[in-house]
Design a binder for this molecule. Structure first.
Ligand code: URA
Length: 453
């Protein structure tokens, strides 16, 4: 079909072919494509072909800006006009659940947190899928309801909706199942379109790097950092960008319900060290960007205190109840829809844990039903893994390395996953010949607007 946008006429296949052949797209072509995607004049298979052409050929900085803008203005753009409104986003990883900890921490300290998050993407879990393991929790609020909750509670957590960032909602679910995720321009446009639509004054961005991240090398992580900072500065947003490690699962839990339970334990002060440290680090950045701390360091201290004195957990309970979730689960984990079968994976030899195949671990959770293989797949909230050892740990033959949570009918599949863990997904070496990577590689704060203090 040929459609008019101003005076120009295009067809979807012409635009796909132009990108397939490595040519630069104009602003109008990109706008036209996104508008017609939204209006359902472009079929999913055409959008998927467009995504693959972009994935292979790339977009230059100008085209990335046009795509981000077209996706941003595909829906409502809120204006919170509040310097204290700050969000955080992660590029995605395995066991990455910091949002459930840092959002209530920051909100309990006075930051307004309007979090528009995503579902699972590829081998990584998604904030929206995970939080939906709390029965009744509504992640599809309308704009007015979302704004009302922010005013009342200072925190709300939703997915992209038909009103906010609808183009990202469509493209995100296609990218999840068409091997078109790890592209700098597509990630930039996806993240920034929804984060700019929130109308916050600033954003903390956690770029994951390592074997289980979309940006698997530091060079790629830095490329994404520059692309995101460029977009943020065009829109006058204050940013804290960190590059952090994703060579092993963050915390110990992987899987929807299991990750929420681990987040709750972290909010109650019993969390794993890496998860607690990174959550406080990122929350501290939000508090600092909001002008509520004199320095990032002070923000971190305030964040740790908010865990210790229970105010962060209290804020999480408030958010769950305000969005219709069953808050009894927050005190009684047996009410989570957890799979009841447990299979343990043991170390086959003495040695040191020297590597996790983090991507394969994520895909194994997806294969058990914790993520999607097709866009309309239903999520299984109950499956997943609890790891009992981290990179660098000394282990003895027969020691428990992890527990697999699964259903009765999955016994055969779990046996295969268990063998993969033993043979390649967890590497054990006789001597400690490697260096455990740091949790946080680098951090940069960029003020586009004067500090809010
Ligand atoms: N998070 C997003 O929101 N989009 C991406 O493309 C990757 C991570």
């Amino acid at each position: 079909m040929s459609q008019d946008l101003g005076v120009e006429l295009y067809t979807a296949s012409e635009i796909i072919a132009k990108k397939r052949d490595g040519k630069e797209l104009t602003e109008n072509e990109i706008k036209w494509f996104i508008k017609n995607l939204e209006n359902k004049n472009i079929a999913d298979y055409q959008a998927a072909a467009f995504l693959m052409a972009v994935f292979i050929r790339g977009l230059n900085a100008k085209e990335t800006a046009y795509l981000t803008d077209a996706m941003l203005y595909s829906g409502d753009v809120l204006d919170l006009i509040d310097a204290k409104a700050i969000d955080k986003h992660s590029t995605g990883g395995v066991g990455d659940k910091t949002s459930f900890i840092l959002a209530p921490i920051a909100a309990s300290l006075g930051v307004v947190v309007p979090m528009i998050a995503g579902r699972g993407l590829g081998h990584t879990g998604g904030t929206v899928d995970k939080i939906e393991s709390i029965q009744g929790f509504n992640t599809s609020l309308g704009t007015q309801e979302f704004l009302a909750l922010l005013k009342d509670k200072g925190i709300a957590m939703i997915g992209q909706t038909a009103q906010i960032a609808p183009a990202d909602k469509l493209l995100y679910s296609l990218r999840d199942v068409t091997a078109t995720i790890d592209s700098v321009p597509l990630i930039t446009a996806s993240i920034m379109s929804k984060k700019l639509a929130e109308g916050t004054s600033g954003l903390v961005l956690d770029i994951k790097t390592g074997q289980g991240a979309f940006m698997n090398t530091k060079a790629r992580a830095k490329e994404l950092k520059e692309s995101i900072l460029e977009t943020a500065s065009r829109f006058g947003k204050n940013m804290m960008v960190t590059i952090t490690d994703m060579n092993q699962p963050l915390g110990n839990a992987v899987g929807n319900s299991l990750e929420i339970i681990e987040s709750l334990e972290t909010l109650k002060g019993n969390g794993p060290k890496d998860l607690t440290e990174l959550s406080a680090f990122l929350a501290g950045g939000m508090v600092y960007l909001a002008g509520l701390a004199k320095s990032h360091k002070q923000g971190i201290k305030m964040s740790l205190e908010a865990i210790k004195n229970g105010s962060a957990f209290k804020k999480f309970v408030e958010m769950i109840e305000a969005q219709g979730g069953d808050s009894r689960l927050l005190y009684d984990y047996d009410l989570f829809p957890l799979a009841r079968q447990k299979t343990e994976v043991l170390a086959l030899e003495n040695g040191y844990i020297s590597g996790f195949d983090n991507k394969e671990i994520g895909f194994s959770c997806v294969a058990l039903g914790g993520g999607r293989l097709k866009t309309n797949d239903k999520i299984d909230f109950g499956v997943g893994f609890i790891f009992h050892a981290k990179l660098g740990s000394k282990v003895k033959k027969g020691q428990k390395l992890l527990t697999i949570f699964h259903h009765d009918h999955q016994i055969q599949q779990v046996e295969e996953i268990k063998q993969k863990f033993e043979q390649k997904m967890i590497k054990i070496t006789k001597t400690k010949v490697f260096k455990v990577p740091p949790l946080i590689y680098e951090t940069k704060v960029v003020w586009s607007k004067p500090h809010a203090k």
